[in-house]
Design a protein around this ligand. Structure first.
Ligand SMILES: [Zn+2]
Ligand SMILES: [Zn+2]
Length: 93
């Protein structure tokens, strides 16, 4: 089961569909200058991660906030999110 919520993120601003487990964190990240381009809570199968831009100080801001990151290419990096995924708990109910 995939539950999403529509939230407004600051960077453009525009509305995006986010996995509800991580929506608050993604909104907060963008408010703090980390530009997310994609994100997924992992739905109980993978770790919650976000793909962010390296440019515009976005990666520096993420590092400054204490996020572990993996550089993917010249434009994008993946960061490990701090939110926990609750998808499996929801399925059990
Ligand atoms: Zn997802
Ligand atoms: Zn989840």
């Amino acid at each position: 089961m995939r539950e999403t919520v529509e939230r407004t993120i600051k960077q453009k601003p525009f509305n995006v569909m986010l996995d509800s487990c991580i929506a608050d964190e993604i909104v907060l990240l963008n408010e703090q200058g980390v530009r997310t381009v994609n994100s997924c809570c992992g739905h109980g199968e993978n770790n919650p991660v976000a793909i962010i831009e390296n440019n515009h100080n976005s990666l520096n801001n993420a590092v400054g906030l204490g996020y572990k990151h993996k550089i993917l290419d010249i434009l994008f990096s993946e960061i490990k999110l701090k939110s926990e995924c609750h998808c499996l708990e929801r399925v059990k109910k």
